[in-house]
Design a protein around this ligand. Structure first.
Ligand code: ADP
Length: 429
């Protein structure tokens, strides 16, 4: 029975869509706020300039005011000087009661009181900006009237309309551009997640597949042993052996998987001095009997001292995995050599065999988790050996590479930096 508990919201496509909407929302907000800020500043600047202009006009209009005793009059000669005003500007003089004493240029009939400030006036469909100033008696310094400078604000409104249109179109273009950019960004961000999803899915399938074999063997043998227990002690024994084998295989696979998972961790706390020559001698002692039993000649040679830094068990494990493969894939009568030498800033350990070799199309696949060229020819192997060797070597700032001639033999080279750069340790997987 198969059940699916995958949350559709966590799929890479849904993630891409969510990312895109977030980018868009963020960009649109930024553009909108920027557009509003630009508009407000623009309108404030225009208002300021208009007020300054009208104040100048009003101040100039004060020159037409004549004072006779306490009375106020407007000098008609002076106000006829129209060069002072543009076509859409005007001046109005009022006495202290708000009665119009004289007018010049554009003078709309605006009703209502005359305020002493900047304000907007409206007559019918037209609107005006205006600035009023008090007319003071130069002797008494008392306010005797008011002068008002007026300007039609059609141009200002047209400018603001242009600005609004420009900002609106600009925001639309920017939002469109950012959606294209956002889509590309979301794709780039999601691609590694998608790959991890795919790898995780494949990995889970492969791991379950590998564990299913020993589990089935354990279950069948246990069932059989339970069914006719005690009747045939020899058969019982072989069933318990099968159970023990299955359990061992599962434990080996789970240990390997844990080791692989740990290969992502930083090596910082595991930096020990490791002499590769000592490691090779130890491995030679362990493996020599198995090689001679298989009828394969094993030679180990190396520099006098080959010091690297890292986790000694893991460094040993890398070379042991290569040796095990050389043993597994070389027929009786073959030769296997292990050699270490320094090459610049790295120490290379080459495991060369005269075994079955690897077809060129499989050369990179052999490092994939659970991958086996021919499961029948690698009994006991789970396809994790090389994946572990490469992951651990990379954890140490090195690598495992291969060259092979199909049918003639293979050479696996593990490299270890003499001084692993701490920054890169544990970063490559
Ligand atoms: P396994 O447990 O199957 O050996 P590995 O990851 O160690 O898993 O190796 C993956 C595959 O690479 C093997 O199944 C085998 O096909 C191939 N391989 C590894 N080492 C050698 C070798 N020295 N010679 C030929 N083929 C090899």
């Amino acid at each position: 029975m198969q059940t699916s508990t995958r949350d559709p919201d966590s799929s890479p496509l849904a993630l891409e869509r969510r990312l895109l909407f977030s980018y868009l929302a963020a960009f649109a907000t930024v553009f909108f706020v920027a557009a509003v800020a630009v508009r407000f500043s623009f309108v404030a600047i225009i208002d300021q300039q208009t007020a300054a202009r009208l104040q100048d006009v009003a101040r100039a209009g004060l020159r037409s005011v004549l004072f006779t005793n306490e009375a106020l009059a407007i000098d008609e000669n002076e106000i006829s000087n129209k060069s002072l005003l543009t076509r859409d500007q005007g001046l109005q003089w009022f006495d202290r009661n708000g009665r119009l004493l004289g007018a010049e240029g554009l003078t709309p009939a605006v009703k209502g009181p005359v305020f002493e400030a900047s304000q907007q006036l409206a007559t019918g469909r037209q609107t005006f900006n205006s600035v009023t100033m008090p007319i003071l008696n130069p002797r008494t310094h008392q306010r005797v009237g008011t002068i008002r400078a007026i300007e039609l604000n059609a141009q200002e409104r047209a400018d603001i309309r242009y600005l609004d249109t420009g900002l609106f179109i600009g925001t639309l273009i920017a939002v469109f551009g950012s959606s294209v950019g956002g889509l590309a960004l979301a794709r780039t961000a999601v691609r590694p997640v998608e790959r991890s999803f795919q790898t995780l899915r494949e990995f889970t399938t492969d791991a379950s597949h590998e564990l299913r074999g020993p589990l089935a063997a354990i279950a069948t043998s246990a069932d059989a042993a339970l069914r006719d227990s005690g009747r045939d002690p020899t058969r019982d024994r072989s069933r318990f052996e099968a159970i023990a084998d299955g359990a061992k295989q599962m434990s080996r696979i789970t240990n390997d998987l844990l080791l692989l998972a740990g290969a992502e961790r930083s090596l910082e706390r595991e930096l020990f001095v490791v002499d590769l020559v000592v490691t090779l001698n130890k491995l030679e002692k362990t493996y020599a009997p198995r090689f001679s039993e298989a009828g394969i000649e094993l030679t180990v040679a190396g520099d006098r001292a080959a010091i690297v830094y890292g986790n000694p068990d893991q460094i040993e494990r890398i070379i042991a995995n290569l040796l095990q493969n050389a043993l597994r894939y070389t027929a009786a009568g073959g030769r296997v050599s292990v050699e270490s030498r320094r090459d610049g800033a790295v120490i290379l350990v080459a495991v060369r065999d005269s075994g079955i070799g690897i077809a060129p199309e499989y050369l990179e696949r052999i490092f994939d988790r659970f991958w086996r060229a021919d499961p029948v020819r690698s009994p006991g192997g789970s396809g994790l050996g090389l994946a572990i060797a490469r992951a651990l070597a990379r954890r140490h700032g090195g690598d495992v590479t291969v060259t092979s001639r199909y049918g003639l033999g293979s050479t696996f080279v593990a490299s270890f930096p003499v001084r692993p750069p701490l920054a890169s340790i544990g970063k490559r997987a």
